[in-house]
Design a protein around this ligand. Structure first.
Ligand SMILES: Cc1ncc(COP(=O)(O)O)c(C=O)c1O
Length: 345
């Protein structure tokens, strides 16, 4: 029985073209700036998101953290959404590495309201930390892949400008956001000072993320990456797959979104589950499990017996993520298997 892995879009295997590019990659020592494949990836990535310069980093987490290190000084405050990845899942990095305090404000389906951000900015007062950075997440992972619309990005940028704050975008899945909105990704990134996006999620490269911003900002990120030990020598081998990811995997993301929608609509018809269909905007389907039926892990154990894998987000919430190794037949098989588990419960 073949497996269907819906745990994350990080589980994707490289495409044939990526394997070939990796085997044939021209490499050099990137700490000397001499790896042609990395340089090519960085130039292509900067151009795609409309920024002056870009830097290849090993992971999305490192990308976010080097940006925070480059933007802030110790003792400053960063505004971000209540369940932002930077707060939830980066092991306290902002406290450890940047010495910054996080000011979390709830969004609606992960989307911040400009008035709430404005109200959260600290007044000039010796007792308060200085608010110097706003972090956005688009699409928003914990909220279930929701999109901050371009118009909202613009409004948030206006608030940041009024308050003298920079904006960093955790755009791990920013190409999914652009696809969901039907816009060039630059329409999103033009509103932020820096962006981090992952090559190793929906774009299916094996390793790595990009940070992008001004030349001067990226020079500071390079130093921060060095502090974290993220200089990777002949990493052109993996960067070559990143180039293929940017060239071949962006335009197909709409397939993942269509599969997620079909999955969500099927799940919405099943009694023990509640799906907020309005929050299914990209490649993530998150839904609640009625505790009178079972817990999320108990149900997922049964599904795993049938070759289908997904993760619980909480004891009563499940997340399923579509990606290029899940096709529409896999979605139908997943729905059929879920129906079968329910009928036997
Ligand atoms: C929104 C968001 N930011 C950052 C990351 C971190 O990426 P990585 O796992 O490459 O460190 C993730 C990973 O899931 C994410 O979803």
């Amino acid at each position: 029985m073949s497996k269907i892995d819906l745990r994350s879009d990080t589980v994707t295997q490289p495409t044939e073209e990526m394997w070939r590019a990796m085997a044939e990659a021209e490499v050099g020592d990137d700490v000397y700036g001499e790896d042609p494949s990395i340089n090519r990836l960085q130039e292509l990535a900067a151009d795609m998101v409309g920024k002056e310069a870009a830097l290849y980093v090993p992971s999305g987490t490192m990308g976010n953290q080097v940006c925070l290190m480059a933007h802030t000084r110790r003792g400053e405050e960063i505004i971000l959404e209540d369940e932002a990845h930077i707060f939830m899942y980066e092991a306290g990095g902002p406290a450890v590495l940047s010495g910054c305090q996080l000011h979390r404000i709830p969004g609606e389906r992960g989307v911040l309201h400009p008035d709430d951000v404005r109200a959260a900015v600290r007044a000039e007062n010796i007792h308060f930390p200085e608010t110097t950075l706003l972090c956005l997440e688009n699409t928003h992972n914990r909220a279930g892949g929701t999109v901050t619309p371009v118009q909202r990005m613009r409004e948030l940028a206006e608030v940041a400008q009024e308050a003298g704050m920079n904006i960093h975008l955790d755009g791990a899945r920013v190409f999914n956001a652009a696809c969901a909105e039907g816009v060039d990704v630059r329409r999103i990134t033009e509103h932020v000072d820096s962006v981090q996006f992952c090559l190793s999620k929906g774009l299916a490269a094996p390793v790595g993320s990009i940070v992008a911003g001004t030349e001067e900002f990226i020079a500071r990120c390079l130093r921060a990456r060095k502090i974290l030990g993220g200089g990777m020598r002949q990493a052109g081998i993996i960067a070559a797959a990143g180039v293929v990811a940017l060239q071949t995997m962006v335009d197909r993301l709409e397939e993942d979104h269509a599969n997620a929608r079909r999955l969500a609509e099927g799940i919405a018809d099943m009694a023990p589950f509640t799906v907020d269909l309005d929050s299914v905007q990209s490649n993530i389907v998150a839904y609640d499990v009625d505790p009178e039926w079972f817990s999320a892990p108990a149900f997922l154990d049964e599904l795993r017996e049938r070759g289908i894998m997904a993760n619980p987000v909480t004891p009563q919430r499940i997340r399923m993520v579509t990606h290029y190794q899940v096709d529409s037949a896999d979605i139908e098989r997943t729905l059929d298997s879920m129906t079968e588990v329910l009928s036997q419960w």
